[in-house]
Design a protein around this ligand. Structure first.
Ligand SMILES: [Zn+2]
Ligand SMILES: [Zn+2]
Length: 364
């Protein structure tokens, strides 16, 4: 079978032949991969800015946004059976005995940095026909979600952000009433974030670069959020038009936008950062007002990365809710489906929102 692999030392990306894996462990699960979503992380890996092969190998098989079908299970596997649909948790624990988050099954909060990530860091991904995994890292997906379930992994980032933001808002000594949410950025995470805020009852605004009359702005309106284009309103004066926000979800990864986020908050508000700016990013802004506001208005700005099993379960519930509230808009997020032979081209030249590689096309 074939797999899409990156060779960081040779600076190449190509299809390679790999043997079909065989089930070995009692808790092992053999998977037939159905779909793999592509994202900015994959683009960084094929630009050799990010990602590393498993120890002892010169190549990393790509693909972390998985949807697969269980083919065979080891004799100790309890929760899965052949035919089940699953999504694999991306991050895997480090082996340090003192890393409490990893010991508690929350490697997304790993404190050593020695975790691995399938398709990203020291563990092969899913851009191939068959893959092995362990029951512990697979989350079962309800079959009615099959045609959109490849969105679950990116949605976990949003689901975790919502759970963490809610924990911070829960500290407030009063019932907040109707809340206003802002999403910065209209990429896949931003759009999923807008759907999540609407589904959670927020009056939601999305702010991004795309023009006011674009496909993405139509999609945003179709879920009941409003859209403001950066071309018609500078970020600094956004709240003059929209009012201030209780919750902000940043999904841009551009340092000046990230630094400006807290200025758009209402008193007691919380801003969640999910974008990853370049290490050398610099911005000339006056931080005095932001810092004064953080203190004088009880505001919180925090970052979140990756997701644990609980967030996968919450993402699945969220996706079920999306399919009740706005099924067509949810399906519209998936813009292209291509075979493995076109995955590399799709990563370098693809447009659209969420592009997906379909595996096992002959078997399907
Ligand atoms: Zn991704
Ligand atoms: Zn750890």
């Amino acid at each position: 079978m074939q797999a899409l692999a990156v060779f960081p030392s040779k600076k190449t990306v190509r299809l390679v032949d790999v043997p079909k894996p065989q089930l070995q462990d009692a808790t092992g699960v053999l998977l037939r991969v159905r779909e793999v979503g592509l994202c900015g992380t994959d683009r960084e890996i094929i630009s050799f800015e990010h990602g590393s092969p498993p120890p002892g190998s010169d190549r990393l098989i790509l693909g972390h946004e998985s949807l697969a079908e269980v083919v065979e299970v080891g004799r100790s596997v309890q929760s899965l059976r052949p035919g089940d649909l699953v999504v694999a948790i991306v991050r895997r624990p480090c082996s340090h005995p003192e890393c409490r988050p990893c010991l508690a099954g929350r490697s997304d909060f790993c404190i050593t940095g020695q975790f691995t990530e399938r398709g990203i860091k020291e563990a092969d991904g899913f851009l191939t026909d068959y893959a092995l995994d362990d029951e512990e890292y697979l989350v079962k997906v309800p079959k009615p979600l099959a045609d959109v379930a490849v969105l679950i992994e990116p949605l976990t980032v949003v689901a975790k952000a919502v759970v963490q933001a809610r924990a911070i808002l829960d500290r407030l000594p009063y019932e907040p009433g109707l809340q206003r949410g802002l999403v910065l950025g209209a990429g896949p995470i931003g759009l999923l974030g807008a759907m999540a805020l609407v589904a959670n009852g927020y009056e939601t605004v999305v702010y991004s670069r795309e023009p006011d009359e674009s496909d993405r702005s139509k999609l945003i309106h179709s879920v009941g959020a409003s859209y403001v284009s950066a071309s018609s309103q500078p970020l600094e004066t956004l709240t003059e038009r929209t009012g201030e926000f209780d919750v902000i979800l940043e999904a841009v990864g551009f340092a000046p936008v990230m630094m400006a986020a807290s200025r758009l908050l209402r008193a007691n508000g919380v801003a969640v950062l999910t974008g990853i700016p370049g290490e050398g990013a610099a911005t000339e802004i006056t931080v005095g007002r932001s810092l004064r506001d953080l203190v004088l208005k009880n505001q919180v700005v925090f970052g979140t990365v990756n997701a644990g099993r609980r967030d996968y379960v919450s993402a699945i519930q969220q996706l079920e809710q999306f399919m009740t509230l706005f099924p067509e808009s949810t399906r519209t997020l998936i813009t292209h489906r291509v075979p493995l032979s076109e995955a590399s081209r799709m990563l370098t030249h693809g447009d659209g929102i969420k592009n997906v590689v379909q595996l096992n096309l002959r078997a399907a």
